[in-house]
Structure formats: C-alpha cells, structure tokens
Ligand binder design. Structure first.
Ligand code: SAH
Length: 374
C-alpha cells in the first residue's frame, strides 16, 4: 500500500451510487472497476507490458508462448489430429502468447492447417493491439467479447468440434464475492462510503446465509476469516463440460493462486507495477485476486471433465523443456543471451513466479494426461 486513494470518475460514480442505493458487494465493486463500459480498467487501458501496470509471463519470455504452442500441437495429436480445431484464448492481453505459439507450431503443419483461433477479449484497446500483433499470421483469427456467449448456447460464435482453451492470468481478473465470519455467522463483505467520504470495506447484516454453504466443510472459520467465491470457474467448467459432446476439449489454466481452498482476502490493486489498495484510483488501476484452483478443478470435475494438476508453473514449464528451449534461443541469438536467460529464470523463480503461479490441465476423460502434468 504505497499511495493514498485517487479520486477518479469511477470513484465519484460509485460513491454517488452507494450514497443513494446503499453498499455494493465486493464482486460488484470489482466488476465495475474492471468492466464498467465507460470507466472500467479492462475496457480501454493498455495495462500490460513493460510500460503498463503489470508484466505477464508471455511478455517476459518468448519461450513461454512457444512452449504453449507446442503443448497445443501435442494435445491436438492426443485428440487424434482432428481436421478442425478451435484454439480459444481467454484474455489474450497484447496477443504475444498467441503470436509466439503460432510461430513455434509451424513445425507441425497439419496442426496449423486445422486451426481456427478465437480470441475472447472485452477490452477494445487490447482487441486492436491483438489484431496488430497477429496481423500477417496465416491462420483465421476471430474476436469474441464474452467467453460464455462465445462457447455455449444456440447462438454461440465458436463452432462445434475439438476445442483447446488457453487462459493465462485470466481467472484472477474475474470478480469474487467475499464473505466474512463474525460472531458465528457469515456476513456479506461490501464496499461503503466511510465518514471521511472515501470508499472502504464494511460488512452487511444479516449476511447472505446461502454463501456459507460454499465454504468447504473441511475448513473451520474463526472470527474475522474471509472467504472468496467466484462464479466464473463453475460457469467455464460447465460450458466446457457441455462442449465435450461435440468433440474433445482440453484447457490450460495458468494463474497466480493456491492449490487448496482457504480463508483470506486476496483482492489487490496494482498500479505502475506496485501493489496498491483496492480503493486506489478505481478504474485506473488493476484489481485481481488469487485463483482458487481447488474450486476450479472441482467445477471441471462436476461437469464430467478430468483434471491434471495443479502443479507449480516451474514444474510445468520444466517438463515442457523450457531450459532446453532457452539454450537453443541463446545459441541462436548470442547478443540477447543474457536477457533470454534472465527471462526464463524469472518464470521459474522458486520464490517468485515459478511457485506462485500454478498450472491446471482440464480435459475430456477420454484423453490421456496432458503434457507437462506427468
Ligand atoms: N493473457 C494475457 C493477459 C492477461 S490480463 C497475458 O498473459 O499477457 C487479462 C486479460 O483478460 C486482458 O486481456 C483483459 O482485457 C481480459 N479480460 C479480463 N476479464 C475478461 C472477461 N470477463 N472477458 C473477456 N476478457 C477479459
């Protein structure tokens, strides 16, 4: 928490709404900060990259996207090399991962020939950046605004057939409901306007009793414990589970998170690569949460899908051969060897991205264990 809150147009809009209609849930607050059509962070801001608020794995090293491209080609072979494959990326950022993945996969021409790429992106600025990044690539690329509408329902825009879904740092940007345990009952955690006129957390009484049902029975709450729930994993699990009857499905989710559900408030703001309060510059700083991989895995299993992992990012990338890939890149580009090595080390760092980021594989049960999860 380095800087005080900044009064933004979205902060003014939310305060006026809270003062006239009452407190809003944490999930509504997060949704507004990220997706408000007028002021939401993920609607207009470029956000990602060395000059943005945060740097992601594909922006750190080209080896990341390249290995994921080869991962996709192997999974396609595991699927029996279907003649059409929908390669879907949720939240492609600057399009860097997909560009590197497509470049690496030229060594499997039949895979490339089967591909239709579907980018699911809500941010208009990033959609334009992605188009620029992928301009000139020789596979069809289509944009979709919303994952749920793209993948399921009668009017779904991604056609039937085999599907591979890639999601790097996507689920951490999906809103969570927070509940707080006080005096033996769960309360809804909300956003209020405090006496000084600023946005602040509060609790609402009586809490939404139904939320307590989603806390795993293995966890015993004590006073002050906070539990987070996201609707998104269950939705994505169900829609992928439904699609497996039209063809094989596989998904790779990589994100900052924890392998087991637990208590804790993980909502954090990021602005210019520094951690800030969630109330710092609403709509102009990033907000994210840690992904609950146990919840994500159980949502997939509930939809009759099999899961592999989660495993730490370092283990996943290690099995895919990132060290060998980096050595080859370094010999081919001796003048960039230092930067290539530093990037890969950052992705594998035992007390950094290598362990804090987890990888989860989701697949139709007919498919064998996905690469990287043996
Ligand atoms: N995968 C990229 C970017 C991660 S940032 C990378 O690794 O660099 C999150 C991305 O997801 C952004 O592109 C953001 O605009 C997009 N996004 C977040 N929530 C979304 C949603 N609900 N629907 C569509 N896109 C979303």
């Amino acid at each position: 928490m380095t800087t005080g809150p900044r009064e933004t147009p979205l902060a003014r809009k939310l305060k006026a709404r809270i003062l006239s209609e009452g407190p809003i849930g944490v999930s509504e607050y997060m949704e507004a900060c990220l997706q408000d059509p007028e002021h939401g962070y993920y609607r207009h801001r470029p956000a990602i990259g060395a000059g943005g608020d945060f740097v992601t794995a594909p922006e750190i090293s080209q080896a990341f996207g390249e290995l994921i491209g080869l991962w996709c080609a192997v999974v396609w072979q595991q699927m029996g090399s279907p003649s059409r494959l929908n390669l879907v990326e949720l939240g492609p950022g600057r399009g860097t991962l997909m560009r590197d993945a497509l470049r690496a996969s030229v060594i499997v021409p039949d895979f490339r020939a089967a591909l239709s790429v579907h980018l699911v992106e809500s941010n208009a600025t990033l959609r334009a950046v992605q188009k620029g990044t992928l301009a000139g690539c020789d596979v069809p690329v289509e944009h979709h605004d919303d994952a749920i509408r793209a993948l399921v329902g009668r009017n779904r825009s991604i056609p039937d057939g085999a599907v591979i879904v890639i999601a790097n740092e996507f689920f951490d940007a999906q809103p969570v409901v927070q509940i707080e345990f006080r005096d033996g009952v769960w309360h809804d955690r909300v956003v209020v306007v405090d006496e000084a006129g600023g946005l602040a957390f509060g609790v609402e009484q009586p809490g939404n009793w139904r939320c307590g049902q989603f806390v795993p029975a293995s966890l015993t709450p004590k006073d002050g414990d906070i539990f987070e729930m996201s609707k998104y994993p269950a939705k994505i699990g169900t829609l992928l589970g439904g699609r497996q009857y039209d063809g094989p499905v596989a998904a790779l989710v990589i994100d900052y998170g924890h392998a087991k559900s637990g208590f804790g408030d993980t909502l954090q703001g990021i602005c210019e690569q520094r951690y800030v309060s969630p109330f710092h510059a609403p709509g102009e700083s990033d907000l994210s949460v840690q992904v609950d991989f146990e919840k994500l895995a159980s949502a997939a299993q509930a939809a009759d899908l099999a899961v592999d992992g989660p495993v730490p990012q370092a283990g996943f990338l290690g099995q895919l051969g990132i060290v060998e890939r980096a050595s080859r890149l370094m010999s081919a580009n001796p003048d960039k060897a230092g930067a290539i090595e530093a990037g890969v080390q950052r992705l594998l760092a035992p007390v950094g991205m290598g362990s804090r980021f987890l990888a989860l594989g989701v697949r139709s049960p007919v498919l064998p264990t996905l690469p990287g999860f043996a």
